[in-house]
Design a binder for this molecule. Structure first.
Ligand code: MV4
Length: 450
């Protein structure tokens, strides 16, 4: 097992990882920017090192400074959390070169899955169902684009190969606008991700976004955990996640879960990761992408299964054998996570940073809070706007929704506009309560304009 882990992150996920390390008897090193001295992760860690200025590019993305901090503090491993350097192939490689264990899969797998075109090609080759599409990058001068369009049929979606978060995505409904949309997608992809490769896919209407958590050791054992339904997103940012999905039967769970396991196995995946699928109205499911990191929504699955995914991740990275079996997992009811962000829902979700006054957060049986904030803490404008993740676990979906509603009603974050009111609306919505949620839910039922 590792002796000392450096956590190359901030916020709630840095706190989450530090606590997991402490439970495993591992010493912890926090890094922070100039403006993050008062942050909770700095207080929780055994040691903290300032790695640069407020701007993430000068601190949490500053690879030379982070590596220097690890060497000076005598760390033997680095946990990247999510965001920042978590899926950066070059960072994983530098860690390896410097004799620091990167807590994640191999750099080769990070690279393969980071490029969606490569990922889809690999999955297709292994017999994993993929969305009908161009199976490679497309260019406007290539007449093949019209052949592909004819074969898969409109509507079509154009996606950036190294993209994510919905940037560079374009919907196309006919041949007339295809070339134009490809150019626009390429231009956006180039400016946002530095890579202009885009590909075409059949547009699946009102799909469900479901994902399976995977755990894998380096001896070839792989397990999958029950799915998370992440269909409720706003501008491609997840707002809430739940598990199990209200629309998936035990038989379908097993079928997609085994597919997720095969997907991970085919690329010799190690540690923890997530395989994302789109599910259409007829229960056809398609591989969409694989995330090679711990995700924001991992606590939903932890609540549901009692498995500490972060501790497992660290143990697997240290070379321990996987002790979790998919077949033996007990689903303890139903879990929902709401992400409360420092954003103003009445002003198009503009960020609302600033100093928190009085702070009242919910509690009680079946409520878990993952947060880094406290009364008097200043939410900084430089980083993401997540204040707290509220996770509720009840006997069934109905009880969990009630628990979550009550928890949300207890939230008071003085002086900071936040999204708890939006979540209260969602919990009260009949369509949501019925479980008929697709990716179109928010625009249809919550943000509907008169
Ligand atoms: C899609 C899709 C329909 N068909 N791909 C991918 C990234 C994610 N943030 C949005 N993505 C989608 N990819 C095909 N071929 C619909 C979406 C989508 C979506 C997916 C999950 C949750 C919310 C969504 C909202 C709009 C579009």
């Amino acid at each position: 097992m590792f002796e000392r882990v450096l956590i190359a992150n901030r916020g709630e996920i840095a706190c989450r990882v530090i606590r997991a390390c402490k439970e495993l008897g591992i010493k912890t090193v926090a890094i922070h920017s100039e403006v993050d001295r008062e942050s909770m992760h700095v207080k929780l860690a055994d040691k903290a090192i300032c790695v640069g200025n407020a701007s993430a590019s000068e601190s949490y993305l500053n690879i030379p400074s982070i590596i220097a901090a690890a060497e000076i503090s005598g760390a033997d491993a680095i946990h990247p959390g999510y965001g920042f350097l978590a899926e950066n192939t070059y960072f994983a490689e530098v860690c390896e070169t410097c004799g620091l264990k990167f807590i994640g899969p191999s750099k080769k797998v990070i690279e393969q899955m980071g490029n969606k075109i490569t990922a889809i090609k690999l999955m297709k080759k292994s017999g994993i169902p993929v969305i009908p599409g161009s199976e490679g990058p497309v260019n406007i001068n290539d007449p093949k684009i019209f052949t592909v369009a004819k074969k898969i049929g409109y509507p079509i979606i154009i996606k950036a190969s190294t993209g994510g978060g919905g940037r560079g995505m374009r919907m196309v409904v006919s041949d007339e606008t295809l070339q134009n949309s490809i150019v626009m997608a390429q231009t956006e992809a180039k400016s946002v991700f530095g890579n202009s490769d885009v590909y075409m896919e059949k547009y699946i209407e009102e799909p469900h976004h479901i994902e399976f958590q995977i755990l894998a050791d380096k001896y070839g054992k792989i397990s999958y955990l029950p799915e998370r339904d992440c269909s409720i997103q706003r501008r491609h940012q997840k707002l809430l996640e739940e598990s199990p999905s209200p629309l998936i039967s035990d038989a379908l769970r097993k079928k997609i879960g085994k597919t997720a396991k095969n997907a991970a196995s085919s690329i010799k995946y190690t540690t923890v990761g997530t395989v994302e699928f789109l599910l259409d109205k007829k229960n056809n499911f398609y591989f969409m992408e694989m995330n090679t990191r711990i995700q924001v929504e991992h606590p939903v699955t932890e609540m549901l299964t009692g498995i500490d995914i972060v501790k497992e991740q660290i143990k697997l990275a240290a070379g321990e054998k996987l002790s979790v079996d998919s077949e033996k997992i007990k689903i303890a009811g139903h879990a929902i996570e709401c992400r409360i962000n420092a954003e103003d829902p009445d002003r198009d979700f503009i960020p609302s940073p600033g100093k928190i006054g009085k702070l009242f957060l919910p509690g009680g049986p079946g409520i878990r809070l993952d947060t880094h904030v406290y009364s008097g803490y200043t939410i900084l404008p430089f980083y993401d706007s997540l204040i707290v993740k509220i996770i509720a676990l009840g006997k069934n979906r109905k009880e969990t929704i009630v628990k979550m509603q009550k928890a949300l009603e207890e939230v008071e974050i003085e002086d900071i506009k936040n999204t708890s009111s939006l979540h209260i609306k969602i919990m009260a919505n009949e369509e949501f309560r019925s479980g008929r949620i697709t990716t179109a839910f928010l625009s249809k039922h919550i943000f509907r304009k008169q």
